[in-house]
Design a protein around this ligand. Sequence first.
Ligand code: GDP
Length: 455
Amino acid sequence: MSAAVIAAISTPCAPGGIGVIRISGPGAIQVADRVFHSASGKTLSQHKGYTAAFGSVWDESGPVDDVVATVFRAPKSYTGEDVAEFSCHGGLLVTRKVLRAVLAAGASPAGPGEFTKRAFLNGKLSLTEAEAVTDVIAASSDQALRAARSAMKGALYRKIKGVTDSLLSVSGHIAAYIDYPEEEIDPVESAETAEILDDAERQLRDLLDSFDRGRILREGVETVIVGKPNVGKSTLMNLLSGCPKSIVTDIPGTTRDVVEETVNLDGVLLRLADTAGIRETSDVVEKAGVDLALERLDTAGLVLAVFDESSPLSPEDHGLLDRLEGMPVVAVCNKADLEQKIDIEFIKSKFQYFVEISARENSGLEALRQEIVSLLELDGISAEGAALANARQFDCARRAWTLLKEAIDTLKAGYTLDAVDVALESVISALLELTGEKVTDAVVDQVFSRFCVGK
Ligand code: GDP
């Protein structure tokens, strides 16, 4: 059964300069022709792929808007199918009216992510590349965008494919050796096989290890600013939120309903609890000295512990120092513009990550960023490298890695090659599920349900 022609508004549901209505499927260009009156008189069906035509879209009551129609011919389109796109004026009503005309002409409304799903089903994208499309759209920092683009260009797919291919060659060799004893197939050397499997295991482990750091790049790190009253927490907070390189967005918390301010510190996203939350924290500090908002600290991926350089360490500071033991802390000695009275060497001896700043004079922010990058180990990971981007991919990779460890143990324990091969097949199957080459419809539906309509 051939796919239906689907259509949707691909631009945001908000007024803008241009609105795009995308139509895809076998017959999409004919559907477009039913509503398109070209200025030149040439129908879209007479156009080659990658061409555009000016004209207007009409519905049953007359012209709706002037549009530029773009024609893409299968398989050279986003979906791999015939595609026509109308670029009209970006008003809410006008885009809807154009869509309505297209639906009346025979298209069905596209579901969330249905264009990208078709691209996946038509082999234009692997599942990981398709998933990266949503990450490109959601990216709110340069790093996140670079990482998503790199995934969209297939970095993860190629990495997984490399591992899968090497495992397939081992598995194929074992199967051939077992199944065709009469043929002159090279015996399977355990040491050589173990080396290939160990290498694959290492690659998967690296990917799993980098997942958390990749997530920090994409989603930011939950950050808490603590310190006794008057050390400059609010000033620092304001400086961070107001720094010229920062974009401040409202992202509803994923686990709870807190609105967070995401500060982009030159590519490093810090998810700071909203100012009210921070004030609340400092209230608690005020009331109970160093009795910090512990539940926030417990879940924080980064703590900025602020001290006032211009006064000696107080009992409250010492209490804070004790409390922060073992936490991911950057010690921030503020008010570096004033005479230093704090025992700076003592602070340095307590924290691996340390920086002196003057929040008031806006100095030391780059050094602070550097310390944060070091603490979060963001240095080593390149946004261009292959990285797991979501829980589904992580789950497949972890399953593959666990099964591969079992296969290696089976091999090294001297079990029959049959047993090794069975284990390897499960590993390969988990990896094919990751890239989407062997995946259930339910998983595919789940992946694309996260998309917006029109993508
Ligand atoms: P909080 O109670 O920790 O939030 O501290 P605030 O941010 O409200 O700052 C307390 C006082 O310290 C204010 O008067 C700030 O202007 C001042 N302050 C903050 N940062 C600096 C700094 O870097 N240098 C100097 N000299 N004063 C600062």
